[in-house]
Design a protein around this ligand. Structure first.
Ligand code: S6P
Ligand code: ZN
Length: 209
């Protein structure tokens, strides 16, 4: 056995259903609710009101069985629900890979954007079905649903790269993406205010409502 082989993973075919957004055989599925996105939306009161309301699902991540370990190449499908929190579009938490390596996203359904930040520069890619978004090493990345339907994409990434979510809390993402009549309104990043009285705060709004 060559030294780079990592048992027990063997060559395998993975059925990729871009319509039903499944990978088969399937690995773990992760569900991120509003409560999992603490400290990320600018309007902390609106975020807290949503959490204390029905704490909606903001996105899910379903994976193939390929594990997140060094030298493996896992895949996952992320589906972000349509919605906004005080105008700020629903999004993933965003992360930096501590072991800087590249990653690709392939947009599958809906309409979205890929926000990237290297600590100084910000980049935004519009993501429509068929678009491959390339994330170079060292760029923190966050996905945003800019449409009225769920936005889904396939990610393929180095299994040993790791995920640093604290980096985004500390450094931000350079921009914030807001709902606009035509597409997205990108505004300069600012840190969230500390939570205050949530009683009169507007709740987060799924577009479907
Ligand atoms: C993994 C890749 C995606 C994200 C997923 C959720 O490197 O970038 O699979 O994990 O889109 O985003 P986040 O920021 O919550 O991990
Ligand atoms: Zn990533």
């Amino acid at each position: 056995m060559p030294p780079f082989h990592t048992p027990p993973i063997s060559p395998m075919a993975i059925a990729f259903d871009a319509e039903n957004l499944t990978l088969s055989p399937a690995g773990p599925t992760l569900t991120r609710r509003m409560s999992d996105l603490e400290g990320l939306f600018l309007d902390t009161d609106a975020w807290a009101a949503a959490v204390h309301g029905d704490d909606p699902v903001v996105y899910t991540v379903t994976s193939s069985p390929v594990p997140e370990i060094d030298r493996e190449l896992p895949q996952s499908i992320t589906t972000i629900m349509p919605g906004h929190t005080s105008g700020e579009l629903w999004m993933t938490k965003g992360h930096q890979h501590p072991d800087h390596q590249g990653e690709i996203y392939l947009a599958l359904k809906g309409r979205g954007g890929l926000l990237m930040f290297d600590g100084e520069r910000t980049e935004w890619l519009d993501m429509l079905p068929g678009t491959i978004g390339y994330i170079p090493p060292g760029w923190a990345h966050r996905s945003v649903n800019t449409g009225d339907e769920p936005y889904a994409f396939l990610a393929v990434y180095p299994g040993g790269a790791g995920h640093d979510y604290g980096w985004v809390l500390e450094h931000g993402m350079g921009s914030r993406a807001y709902r606009a009549t035509d597409g997205v309104d990108l505004r300069p990043y600012s840190a969230p205010d500390p939570a205050s009285d949530t009683a009169s705060a507007p709740a987060a709004t799924p577009f479907a409502d």
